[in-house]
Structure formats: structure tokens, C-alpha cells
Design a protein around this ligand. Structure first.
Ligand SMILES: Cc1cc2nc3c(=O)[nH]c(=O)nc-3n(C[C@H](O)[C@H](O)[C@H](O)COP(=O)(O)OP(=O)(O)OC[C@H]3O[C@@H](n4cnc5c(N)ncnc54)[C@H](O)[C@@H]3O)c2cc1C
Length: 386
């Protein structure tokens, strides 16, 4: 196994711990949580917090593991083996999307107040960037925070917010300098959801990721202390762009193990299923197609590991993390399509895991920055734009 070159005994022990956690605490409940269109985030995160799994790479001073991102990579790969994508996505929101800026740029007081409960699994976090009229174009967000003494007064709306109906805190990107548009004048602010004026306007019904709750949120004169601002006022866009790099790498790390699981499941199915008196796997076309997917998956895993190396070394991984996210989205779709095809009708029924994977995998090319946005970043960084 190639992973032995990257992961030592401690990593492997963590891998086994997380694998057992997924087998015992997530997989037995997936059917019920998918049907309920929500999973109990507080209960599950509490269990993860007790095992120290929600802040492996965050400072020990605030309850974290004080480890480097290789450990988080192991966690993400194993969480991605869950029999649905919704719960892994929610966990990644907590660890890799809503809290990296807080961990990196928060004050000691902020980390004690907000990061510690996130790491201990006592508080559920969301990341609030997208809006009804601003998804790919983050610079078009309109939710604004106006200063009133030592408080912000927040008005606006956020859309597509994962964990949105059960979060205790939202890491919210808002405009703080009165401008209507543009990259400048945004700030990241931690907003408690028990604040007056905060409401969940709607829980969205989605084609996949059913166990994850996704919501439209509304802010109507929500007062939040200015002390909840992460980093310098007006730096929110830059902090969010940095946070996106971790999010994109995390998404790619999680997705590879999901793909691996589905390819192995398909190989097994093709061994057992006979057509024309032969196991399906005896068809060279099927062998070749599956081996081609395995090869691409292996290549993606190595791109992920390269990103982790750069990240741990403190180097900018924007280009490579964008490539990994792009490839992850495209390859997940291909794996879903090819593997479903080789399952025949069994791929199309709900009793079999294939249909859920097919629906869940489609998000990879949209969430956290669509494929075209990744291509735009790569084109810019590689100097293809005038
Ligand atoms: C299930 C789910 C969970 C999510 N969770 C969160 C969350 O927790 N927090 C959060 O803030 N957001 C979240 N999102 C939002 C997600 O990040 C956005 O959906 C995504 O960034 C795309 O934005 P959009 O949907 O507004 O699409 P749009 O910006 O309207 O774009 C539509 C499509 O147009 C194309 N496109 C856009 N711009 C260009 C371009 N310049 N060139 C070429 N093509 C382009 C792309 O194909 C894109 O998919 C979530 C979304 C989903 C579906």
C-alpha cells in the first residue's frame, strides 16, 4: 500500500480508531439519519470530542491534539468511508471549514470561548458565506454588519448553510464597511444562533446528502459584540479565501475513501453477478474501466498528499488544492456513473448503496467552489489570463 510511505504507526493507530468510530457510531445510524433528513450533530460531535477527534491539528491549549495536518488527513480519509456523504460533510464543516480562521487568527479569548467548545464537541459550527445572490461570486455578498458602539448589527440572509438548523455558532462573512460590492471591507464574525433576530428561514430539501441539514438563514438586526470579529476588521475576504484552501483539500481527502469504497463494492458485485454464464468481472471492458478509475484515484490521492506536505511545510497550496478539488469533483462523478452502470438495475434501487452514492457524489463539483471556479483559479495562478 502506497500510504505506508506517508503514514507511520501513530497515523495507522488513529486510522483504526476513526475506522471503528465510523463503523460503530455512524454507519449503523445512516439509514435512519438519511430518512430523518438530519443527524444528531450535538450527540455525535460530543462523542468525537471525547475521543479528541474534532481538533487534531489545533492547539492543545484549547483542547486540540497539537498535531500536524497529516493526522487530520487520516481522520478525513476514514470519515469519508461512512455510508453517506452528509455526516462526513458536517464533520468537515466543524473542523475544516468553520474553524480554521478562528484557530489561525483568533485571539486567546476567542479561542477559549469558541474554539474550545468546537473541539470538545460541545458546540456545533456552521460556515456562512453563500447567499441567495452570491455563491461562486463571493464578492457579491450583501449581508452587512453596521457598527453600533462596541457591537455589530447584522442584517441579511445566508443560503445553503450546512448544519444550519442545529448550529450554535456561525462563522459569518459579512460586509463591515458600508460598500455594496467588491472584495474589500468584509469581516468574519462569530455569530451565536441564540441571538435575537436570528432565524432559520427554511430547511432545504436536497437531491443528496440527506443526513446533513442545509438551511437558509435570516439575520434581522442581530447584535453581536465586535469582540467576535476574527482577525483584523476588513480582512474577512482574505481570511475566507485562506479557509477555502483547507476546505477544498479536506473535501478531496474525504472523497477519495468514498470512491475507493464504491469501486471495491463494484468489483465485489461484478464477481458475484453472472451474465451469459460468466461473472461480470470476466469482461475485459469492466476490468479495464475499473482499473482506470483506480489509477486516477491513486493519482488524486498523491495530489492530496502533496497538498498536505505543502500545507504542513507552511507553503501556499492554493494551486494544488484547487486542482485536487477539481479532480475530486470530476472523478467522483465518473466513479458514481461507471459503478452504477456496472450494477445494472441494482444500481438504480434504494436498497443498494449505489444510488445514494450517485446522488451524494454530485455535490463534489458544486459545493465549496464549483469546478469552473477551480479552473479559473488555476488559470489565473498559471498566468493564462491577460
Ligand atoms: C448541499 C450544499 C451544502 C453547502 N454548504 C455550504 C455552507 O455550509 N456554507 C456556505 O457558505 N455555502 C455552502 N454551500 C454553497 C456552495 O458553496 C455554492 O452552492 C457554490 O459555491 C456555488 O454557488 P451557487 O450555488 O450560488 O452557484 P452559482 O454561483 O449561481 O453558479 C452556478 C454555476 O455556474 C457556473 N459558474 C459560476 N461562475 C462561473 C464562471 N465564472 N465561469 C464559468 N462558470 C461559472 C458553475 O458551473 C456553477 O456551478 C453549499 C451548497 C450545497 C448545494
Amino acid at each position: 500500500m502506497t500510504t505506508d510511505l506517508y503514514f507511520n504507526k501513530e497515523h495507522q493507530e488513529l486510522r483504526m480508531l476513526v475506522r471503528r468510530f465510523v463503523d460503530n457510531e455512524i454507519n449503523p445510524h445512516v439509514e435512519a439519519w438519511e430518512e430523518a433528513r438530519i443527524f444528531p450533530a450535538h450527540e455525535l460531535f460530543g462523542k468525537m470530542g471525547d475521543l479528541g477527534l474534532l481538533g487534531l491539528n489545533y492547539e492543545e491549549e484549547y483542547g486540540g491534539g497539537g498535531l500536524d495536518y497529516w493526522y487530520q488527513a487520516v481522520l478525513l480519509e476514514e470519515i469519508g468511508r461512512a455510508h453517506c456523504a452528509g455526516v462526513p460533510m458536517a464533520i468537515a464543516v466543524q473542523c475544516d471549514m468553520a474553524t480554521p480562521a478562528l484557530a489561525e487568527h483568533g485571539t486567546a479569548e476567542q479561542k477559549e470561548k469558541f474554539l474550545r467548545p468546537a473541539v470538545e464537541g460541545k458546540a456545533v459550527f456552521s460556515i456562512g458565506v453563500s447567499e441567495p445572490d452570491a455563491g461562486s461570486d463571493v464578492a457579491a455578498i450583501r449581508t452587512k454588519a453596521e457598527a453600533d458602539g462596541d457591537h455589530w448589527v447584522i442584517n441579511g440572509s445566508k443560503m445553503w448553510i450546512t448544519n444550519g438548523t442545529q448550529a450554535d455558532y456561525i462563522t459569518l462573512l459579512v460586509r463591515t464597511d458600508g460598500r455594496e460590492r467588491g472584495y474589500r471591507g468584509m469581516s468574519l464574525i462569530i455569530v451565536p444562533t441564540d441571538a435575537d433576530g436570528f432565524t432559520v428561514s427554511k430547511k432545504l430539501e436536497k437531491m443528496g446528502n440527506h443526513s446533513s441539514d442545509t438551511a437558509i438563514l435570516s439575520f434581522d438586526d442581530v447584535r453581536v459584540p465586535k469582540a467576535n470579529t476574527i482577525g483584523a476588521e476588513g480582512m474577512g475576504f482574505i481570511l475566507q479565501m485562506q479557509q477555502f484552501q483547507v476546505e477544498r483539500l479536506a473535501a478531496s481527502l474525504m472523497a477519495t475513501s468514498g470512491m475507493e469504497r464504491i469501486i471495491e463494492m463494484t468489483i465485489q458485485y461484478c464477481r458475484e453477478r453472472k451474465t451469459f454464464k460468466q461473472p461480470l468481472i470476466n469482461n475485459q471492458w469492466i476490468q479495464f474501466k475499473l482499473c482506470e478509475l483506480k489509477t486516477e484515484l491513486e493519482a488524486l490521492k498523491h495530489l492530496n498528499y502533496y497538498c498536505v506536505r505543502k500545507f504542513v511545510a507552511g507553503q501556499d497550496m492554493t494551486r494544488e488544492a484547487s486542482m485536487a478539488k477539481l479532480k475530486m469533483g470530476r472523478l467522483s462523478r465518473e466513479v458514481a456513473d461507471v459503478c452504477l452502470q456496472f450494477h445494472g438495475g441494482m444500481g438504480y434501487v434504494e436498497e443498494y448503496p449505489m444510488a445514494r452514492y450517485f446522488r451524494d457524489a454530485r455535490l463534489g463539483s458544486i459545493g465549496g467552489g464549483a469546478d469552473e471556479i477551480m479552473l479559473g483559479i488555476i488559470a489565473k495562478l498559471d498566468g493564462l489570463l491577460d
